[in-house]
Design a protein around this ligand. Structure first.
Ligand SMILES: NC(=O)c1ccc[n+]([C@@H]2O[C@H](COP(=O)([O-])OP(=O)(O)OC[C@H]3O[C@@H](n4cnc5c(N)ncnc54)[C@H](OP(=O)(O)O)[C@@H]3O)[C@@H](O)[C@H]2O)c1
Length: 353
């Protein structure tokens, strides 16, 4: 069975096209009770054994870097067949919004050193930089600090997350060697298709997408359901997106169509939703949140089938009947007072020190 699918994110640097997302492990993410850490650890081992060797976390996902660090220790101690050198760990550098004016090189290095310690690594494979407020100067300087840390051997590659196209272009024009951008991209949120994807394709920058399963809402278990209590912070976020795009009726129609396509290939509704996004030109990988070992077997089916042109056209035609989200990626989230912004935690790094 063809389970994983490698992707060359930068020359000589290979990842899997389905990345294991670890926001789900952070403190307070789960709203329906605590996770079972042993089951999550089991999921990690199963995932890497199936070739799903790439992980995504962040400096601000409280507890997630430490958890991955413990996983690295287990691999180092010889548990399983995969070497810690054969996994890739992507983290982020997300300076608090309240600190943006004061971020200097020493602070940046202290956060990178903390990630190295927590993750139990000598070098960070990919650091994805985020800047909460474009009106606060310093974004380019701080990105430059990451370049310096790369020269010091602490970082292998630099990416960004939640930038819009003009600000990504500023970084690129300033010579920051950005290899990837992490943005929300799903059947509901296609803001990245307008300018970001074409720009990235032209500049060899890969899209690493989150939200492709919309917190798990793109799954069979939601067929026929009309009201839900969010089980995670992720679902709180994507409920807003669904509400402002397909709405309840369109969402249910989409689920039915995805199930019908999945049935034809013997795969799940979720597999179809993820593959549709992975098949878009310029997309490097989809990040799929891991809370337990429940979905490992299903996600191992991701690369066992191909969507036909007719199936992709049917999905696209349905989506065209409904409004999309306006503006650039993350623009609504940056709009002061918007419902998308008020649910975010923008000052987590200091609490973590
Ligand atoms: N840069 C950013 O701002 C940002 C923002 C959000 C996320 N991310 C990254 O992206 C990752 C993904 O997060 P997300 O919020 O976008 O969530 P997501 O991946 O859209 O949804 C994850 C949820 O989907 C469900 N699921 C997974 N595989 C499934 C399958 N085969 N069938 C049915 N359900 C399945 C699981 O729910 P249950 O376990 O509850 O069933 C899981 O918790 C995060 O961990 C993080 O690394 C980054």
């Amino acid at each position: 069975m063809k389970q994983a699918q490698p992707y060359e994110l930068a020359p000589g640097y290979h990842i899997n096209r389905a990345i294991n997302g670890c926001w789900q492990l952070s403190l307070g993410h789960s709203l329906n009770g605590p996770l079972d850490p042993q089951d999550v650890m089991r999921a990690f081992h199963l995932l890497v054994e199936n070739g799903f060797t790439t992980f995504d976390c962040a400096d601000i996902y409280t507890g997630a870097e430490d958890f991955i660090g413990r996983f690295v220790s287990e691999l180092r101690q010889g548990k399983g067949t995969v070497s810690p050198d054969d996994i890739q760990i992507h983290t982020k550098y997300v300076p608090d919004i309240n600190l943006l004016r004061d971020v200097d090189f020493a602070y940046t290095e202290s956060i990178i050193d903390r990630s190295l310690r927590r993750l139990n690594r000598d070098i960070l494979d990919l650091v994805q930089f985020h800047w909460w407020d474009y009106d606060v100067p310093g974004c380019l300087d701080v990105a430059g600090y990451l370049v310096k840390l790369r020269e010091k051997g602490k970082i292998r590659h630099i990416g960004v997350t939640n930038f819009d196209t003009p600000h990504l272009k500023e970084l690129v024009d300033a010579g920051i060697p950005v290899i990837s951008i992490q943005s929300q991209y799903s059947l509901f949120d296609r803001r990245t298709e307008k300018a970001m994807l074409p720009y990235c394709r032209a500049h060899g920058i890969s899209q690493l997408c989150y939200g492709t399963l919309s917190g798990g809402f793109l799954a069979e278990r939601y067929i026929g359901r009309t009201d839900f209590t969010p089980e995670t912070r992720s679902q709180v976020k994507y409920m807003q997106v669904i509400e402002d795009t397909l709405g309840t009726d369109g969402y249910q129609r989409l689920l039915q169509l995805l199930r019908q396509i999945g049935d034809a290939h013997g795969v799940s509704t979720s597999n179809v939703a993820t593959r549709y996004i992975l098949d878009q030109p310029g997309v490097g990988a989809a990040i799929i949140g891991v809370r337990n070992s429940r979905h490992v077997a299903s996600n191992a089916q991701l690369f066992t089938f191909d969507l036909t042109d007719g199936e992709k056209q049917a999905v696209a035609a349905l989506l065209r009947e409904y409004p999309g989200l306006p503006g650039e990626p993350f623009a609504l989230e940056r709009t002061v007072g918007s419902k998308y912004r008020i649910i975010m935690h923008m000052n987590v790094n200091e609490e973590e020190n």
